[in-house]
Design a protein around this ligand. Structure first.
Ligand SMILES: NC(=O)c1ccc[n+]([C@@H]2O[C@H](COP(=O)([O-])OP(=O)(O)OC[C@H]3O[C@@H](n4cnc5c(N)ncnc54)[C@H](OP(=O)(O)O)[C@@H]3O)[C@@H](O)[C@H]2O)c1
Length: 376
């Protein structure tokens, strides 16, 4: 495949080798490279909603020009998030259906291949990791992904691309809830419902790093890992009655499960003025069901009604937590990852060509931990 890169007014033609590895541009010293005209590349397309069989790995997917704040990233590893498998099955169809085919994937670790004119913090050849916003249409399951500068940060040398790709989307979701919404502080008590998953485990590590006392519910196999990460209490939801085992009152609860039972338990465990945050907000599902015109006002109504109800009945703050880009959060996530204080364990990797198999394994719950797709 032939790629064209524009350097100032000159055009440079780079011929890809068989492994597709022509973008070792740092070696070529093109740090002033600003705009990419990579004409096409490999990507996993979602042409319609459905099972893993709808995913198509294509060789000739268009790469748009970079906007001034954008970075072209040569992907080395991209992780599979629950959002990817849910989007594939139709979650978010009210937004994505008119835009099909879309490219799935939020997380990425790779190297900068080119930068837009206004990008100053990153240079060509630099190793980076980061995550796209939940509503991005051109995702990261591709050799060349495009992210905004603020969605990326330098990858620590101490972790591999596979390890790095598992972290940002989950950790930024946890950051948004604990740091931006609840604004947790040293000495406070935090409960994470579902601490065994990527977001829950990231939340535990962020709260521990902030000096909080952390309790969690998780499966039997997650207990040792969670206690080793610094949680004070890990209650096995498969064998214990967590309503009995979890004692005291918390300043913040992050509920990654978000079913009525976990919501009721969490609300009752909060101090007055505490924050309950669920990852299972209803905005997308209601919009999918009733369309934007009806679904969005309905979602807003439900949220406001719950906020009012819980403020009145329990004196607590209720919110739906969503992942958002946050340069300050990403910087801290990078710092903690570098020193080994923030990890998301990867259970299995697949080559990107086996993306259907990877999605099937997640759909059928054959693999409970993090799955990462590797690119050549
Ligand atoms: N709103 C947003 O912006 C946003 C962002 C990211 C994720 N999410 C959503 O948040 C959820 C978690 O995402 P994730 O990436 O962390 O998924 P994940 O890595 O697949 O984690 C799921 C974990 O949940 C745990 N679990 C399941 N049932 C449980 C229960 N009844 N009690 C306690 N733990 C339970 C399991 O842990 P054990 O192995 O310990 O059993 C499982 O590993 C997903 O539903 C995802 O769609 C929302």
């Amino acid at each position: 495949m032939r790629c064209l890169l524009q350097r100032s007014s000159k055009m440079l033609v780079v011929n890809r080798n068989r492994s597709g590895d022509s973008f070792a541009l740092s070696k070529l010293g093109f740090n002033e490279l600003r705009r990419s005209v990579v004409t096409s590349c490999r990507a996993v397309l979602l042409p319609r909603f459905g099972g893993p069989e709808v995913l198509e790995l294509r060789d000739d997917v268009n790469v748009p020009d970079l906007k001034p704040n954008e970075v072209l990233v040569r992907a080395r590893a991209v992780s599979v998030n629950p959002l990817d498998t849910r989007m594939r099955a139709g979650y978010g169809r009210s937004l994505f259906e008119p835009l099909l085919p879309v490219i799935l994937g939020r997380d990425i670790s790779g190297e900068v291949a080119a930068v837009g004119q206004a990008v100053h913090s990153l240079g060509v050849g630099q190793e980076v990791f980061g995550a796209l916003h939940p509503t991005a249409v051109r995702g990261t399951y591709t050799d060349f992904a495009i992210l905004a500068e603020e969605e990326l940060t330098p990858k620590p040398e101490s972790i591999s691309h596979v390890e790095a790709s598992a972290i940002p989307f989950a950790a930024l979701t946890a950051w948004r809830a604990l740091m931006s919404t609840a604004r947790i502080k040293q000495g406070q008590r935090v409960l994470v419902v579902g601490g065994g998953g990527a977001v829950g485990f990231s939340a535990i590590q962020l709260a521990v790093a902030a000096g909080c006392h952390v309790s969690t519910t998780c499966g039997t196999e997650s207990i040792d890992r969670i206690l080793a990460a610094g949680a004070d209490q890990a209650v096995d939801y498969t064998t214990e009655d967590y309503e009995v085992s979890i004692k005291g009152h918390f300043d913040a609860v992050l509920d990654t499960i978000g079913v009525p039972e976990t919501e009721r338990m969490s609300i009752n465990l909060l101090k007055k003025g505490g924050h309950y945050m669920t990852l299972q907000g209803e905005a997308a599902s209601l919009t999918d069901k009733y369309g934007f015109a009806l679904g969005l006002p309905m979602a807003t109504g439900i949220l406001l009604q719950k906020q009012f109800q819980y403020r009145f009945s329990h004196g607590i703050e209720y919110s739906w937590a969503y992942m958002r880009a946050d340069p300050e959060g990403l910087h801290e996530i990078r710092r903690l990852s570098e020193v080994g204080k923030l990890k998301v364990p990867v259970e299995k990797t697949f080559p990107i060509s086996h993306v259907r198999e990877a999605h099937e394994a997640k759909d059928k719950r054959l693999i409970s931990g993090k799955v990462v797709l590797e690119l050549d």
